[in-house]
Design a protein around this ligand. Structure first.
Ligand code: ARG
Length: 462
């Protein structure tokens, strides 16, 4: 067996299952590029200590070797050896093979895998959050585009999944877009906290060679420097926060998916998913299933699971680094993959969604204007509590006589309340109803287009 990086004090080897249990190269190899970047910056800092740990020649050799390590990963030529435990040991082992142990062996001076892995994860996640932000903007963007395109379509709005009041279908889409805008805020807000530098904290107690941490910060593009070495090596709050932001985003995606699944059932027939996002049945030839939407709904469970699982791992860890922290990586990678794919799929689903406004119209029934009927009387000076009761009595009359609310005669209305006037039937117009909801945030055309504008502005604001 080749010598392990930390093998000096050990007399016997590792149990094979324990080796497998302990290794994380199978997934942390995703960090190869940020690990190389962190090492290059650290080598530079080592060349600037007093006295310098690395000569100019040694620095350039380490940079040359690390560049080759990176190229090997990129081209698929990097050969993983049996004793490579994680990305840090693998990269350092390969560096020493390329440039020789005499120089390669100096790179880890004053550094620990504890500050190294935390640095790598933060660098990786910072880039990932940027991508998430772009994909999220894509989803909000397509929802605003469709909201403009479908502004004329009026459909039933629901509470308790019961027909409640007419709304513009665009208003429904923008309701979801507003939730995603909250996610956008959360992801943007996360960035400065992810971008705090652990490197230069050593194993836990700090760097004994007084490396210039400001140099490390600016070389690696971090916003700030971790203020306490013990906290810096043990802190994975940035992962927990990311998992929460991903979970809530996935919950929002799931709720939109659920609505669209309901609306795409034959019972509704309001929307149909494009072929690119649907599948068929192996037995029922007529079936076209909204699998993309069901997977979007289903995958939210796994991200919420990663969050609760990881919080449970963190709870009760003593100061400072403990190997349990290695368990922060897989949830982070998995949530990132789930969110990244889900956002792109969702954008595709919305951009290819077909809508059937005639079927939306069929969902509109006069009883959905009972609130408008009460409001009609409010405009004639009657207190709302009373008008609510009067309108309720009209509904009862309509049900008992089997006549739709809108077709009750003026006399029938007047039999319920003398306050009804000749113009009572003007209430029964769905367009008028939605246009009345013109206060900011409402479902009138103007209020919906105002939402589109403000969401678009949010996309450009950084
Ligand atoms: N692969 C390890 C992790 O992800 C790196 C840190 C190892 N540190 C240690 N003291 N064994 O946490």
């Amino acid at each position: 067996m080749a010598k392990k990086l930390w093998g000096g004090r050990f007399t016997s080897g590792t149990d094979p299952l324990m080796w497998e249990f302990n290794q994380c190269l199978s997934y942390d190899k995703a960090l190869y590029a940020v690990d190389v970047a962190g090492s290059k910056a650290y080598a530079l800092a080592l060349s600037k200590t007093t006295p310098p740990i690395l000569t100019a020649h040694e620095l350039s050799e380490i940079h040359r070797g690390l560049d080759q390590v990176q190229r090997e990963w990129e081209s698929g030529a990097f050969e993983i050896k049996q004793d490579d435990e994680d990305i840090h040991t693998a990269n350092e082992r390969r560096l020493s093979e390329i440039i020789g142990k005499d120089i390669g062996g100096k790179l880890h001076t004053g550094r620990s895998r504890n500050d190294q892995v935390a640095t790598d994860m933060r660098l990786w996640l910072g880039q990932e959050v940027q991508r998430d932000i772009e994909w999220l903007q894509g989803v909000i963007g397509i929802l605003t585009v469709k909201a403009e395109e479908w502004i004329d379509h009026i459909a039933a709005g629901f509470t308790h999944l019961q027909r409640a009041q007419p709304i513009r279908f665009s208003h429904f889409l923008l309701a979801h877009a507003h939730s995603f805008a909250g996610d956008l805020d959360r992801f943007r807000d996360l960035l400065p906290r992810v971008s705090t530098l652990p490197l230069g904290s050593g194993a836990l107690a700090g760097n004994p060679f007084c490396v210039d941490r400001e140099l490390l910060r600016s070389e690696l593009g971090f916003n700030s420097i971790g203020g306490n070495s013990m906290q810096s090596v043990a802190d994975r709050d940035f992962v927990a926060e990311y998992l929460f932001a991903c979970s809530l985003l996935m919950v929002h995606i799931s709720r939109l998916a659920e609505d669209l699944i309901i609306y795409s059932s034959s019972e509704f027939g309001w929307v149909v998913c494009g072929d690119a996002y649907s599948t068929g049945s192996s037995i029922m030839p007529q079936k076209k299933n909204p699998d993309a939407l069901e997977l979007l709904r289903g995958k939210s469970g796994r991200t919420v699971g990663q969050l609760t699982g990881f919080l449970t791992t963190l709870k009760g860890l003593p100061a400072t680094y403990n190997k349990d922290l290695q368990e922060s990586q897989e949830p982070m990678f998995d949530a990132a993959e789930t969110v990244g794919k889900s956002l792109r799929i969702l954008q595709g689903v919305v951009s290819t969604l077909k809508v059937f406004p005639e079927n939306m119209k069929k969902s509109l029934t006069p009883d959905m204007l009972a609130t408008d009927l009460a409001e009609y009387l409010v405009r004639r000076g009657i207190p709302f509590r009373e008008t609510h009761h009067i309108s309720g009595s009209c509904i009862r009359l309509s049900e008992e006589s089997g006549v739709p609310l809108s077709q009750l005669t003026l006399d029938q209305f007047k039999s319920v309340s003398p306050h009804f006037g000749d113009d009572v039937h003007s209430v029964f117009d769905f367009e008028t109803s939605v246009e009345r909801r013109d206060a900011k945030g409402g479902t009138s055309r103007r209020a919906v287009l105002e939402q589109v504008e403000s969401l678009k502005n949010k996309l450009v604001a950084s």
